[in-house]
Write a protein that binds this ligand. Structure first.
Ligand SMILES: Cc1ncc(COP(=O)(O)O)c(C=O)c1O
Length: 409
């Protein structure tokens, strides 16, 4: 018995580059990069080779008893990639674990400095994972639950219209809502946001919002935790989603693209100033925990190779260029279609928002019938192909989506 029911009857048996094959032998263009994580394409030969060699040399060793080179190298490379003093990395297995670790680091930090805080401010339409703590942060329909929250969470709603959200007034409205939420209540421990609301409908946030949010957090002494699980490693046309705003968060959560979908891995990086507060406590406190497979040597080697591939194959640049081309193509083809409410995107995150869930379902189903895998969630069709997508594949993706939209009557 499967643990959870699959959403469709597709049975995928093989994947190569931008394409996946089902059990009946049909090849599809993968418009969603597996689980939004196969950013180097499926089965990249360098990743397979690196993983195989590492597995033969050393698969893993207890991260709490010893260190190994792949994890140390990965932590050092992340510190180099991230701005400011974001230099202390904790390696885990999934984005949800990353969210949990970020929250624990944050709460322990406030405890360490003798000013305990626990309130967390998030986006209602944000998504940060499916474990108990991570799920509490989100107000999306599929995360709402009936158990009692362990800590106070205040969720900020986004304006109704995604188009209005992307304007200067949209930025002002959002910042005013965050400001009010920070002011009303006990001092907040953290604001936790994604740089673009991925599972919440691929909502592109307005220019100036993240910079304004950084200022608000500074004013309230609140930590800014950025969840880069969806956006990190080139997905939005920059290495990290927050690079569009040129800010330095206090804690960053990463997963998905970090290991290219080949193997589970997540990383949480905190500012060294936060880590400092964990030293020299009279009673040892804090992150005295880990997971059996946290910082797995094979996963770390894969991530190190992903970083090489991203740089050498210029995948961040390709994401920006192909994403802009796809977005232009879709807008020109059906941006003014009466049943399409919005076409938006940033890098290789693209959303077609239809006039309702039924229309989005028709587009996604027709796309699959036409040989393109995309996902629909409520009124939104989500598109996020591998960052290795070629110009020909990008044109094919646009053509297939145009054909799918033509089925709306
Ligand atoms: C922004 C964001 N954070 C956290 C997660 C949770 O990651 P995981 O599914 O690896 O636990 C996801 C998963 O989609 C995500 O998109």
């Amino acid at each position: 018995m499967p643990v959870s029911e699959p959403a469709s009857t597709l049975h995928i048996v093989e994947a190569k580059g931008s394409r996946v094959r089902d059990a009946e032998g049909t090849w599809y263009l993968d418009g969603i990069s597996g689980v939004l994580n196969a950013s180097c394409g499926h089965g990249h030969p360098r990743l397979v080779e690196a993983a195989t060699q590492q597995m033969q040399r050393l698969a893993h060793y207890d991260p709490m008893a010893a260190s190994h080179e792949p994890a140390q190298t990965l932590a050092a490379r992340l510190a180099e990639l991230l701005p400011g003093d974001l230099g202390e990395t904790f390696l885990l297995n999934s984005g949800s674990e990353g969210t949990e670790a970020a929250l624990k680091i944050c709460w322990q930090y406030w405890h360490n400095i003798g000013e305990p805080r626990d309130r967390v401010v998030t986006f209602e339409a944000g998504y940060h994972g499916s474990t108990a703590l991570a799920q509490e942060l989100s107000g999306l329909p599929f995360t709402v639950n009936e158990w009692k929250d362990r800590f106070p969470v205040n969720q900020v709603a986004t304006p109704e219209s995604p188009r209005a959200l992307r304007t200067a007034e949209g930025a002002e409205t959002l910042l005013a809502r965050f400001s009010q939420t920070l002011e009303n209540g006990t001092p907040a421990a953290a604001v936790v946001v994604e740089p673009l609301l991925g599972l919440g409908g691929c909502l592109v946030l307005p220019d100036g919002f993240l910079a304004g949010l950084r200022q608000l957090c500074d004013r309230h002494g609140t930590l800014l935790i950025l969840d880069e699980v969806f956006c990190g490693f080139g997905r939005t046309g920059r290495m990290f989603g927050f690079d569009h705003a040129e800010i330095t968060p206090d804690i960053v959560i990463m997963s998905k693209g970090l290991s290219g979908g080949l193997i589970p891995l997540a990383a949480v990086t905190a500012r060294s100033a936060i880590k400092e507060t964990f030293r020299n406590l009279s009673v040892p406190q804090g992150l005295r925990y880990g997971h059996t497979t946290g910082g797995h040597a094979v996963a770390s080697t894969v991530a190190n190779t992903v970083l090489d591939i991203i740089a050498e194959e210029k995948l961040v640049e390709n994401s920006a260029v192909q994403g802009a081309g796809i977005l232009d193509g879709l807008k020109a083809a059906f941006g003014e279609h009466p049943r399409i409410a919005d076409v938006r995107g940033l890098g290789l995150v693209i959303a077609i928002e239809a006039d309702g869930p039924e229309s989005a379902g028709v587009i996604a189903a027709e796309a699959v019938r036409g040989g393109l895998l995309v996902r629909d969630e409520r009124s939104v069709v989500r598109i996020a192909p591998p960052l290795t997508i070629t110009t020909d594949e990008a044109m094919e993706l646009v053509d297939k989506l145009c054909a799918a939209v033509s089925h709306l009557n």
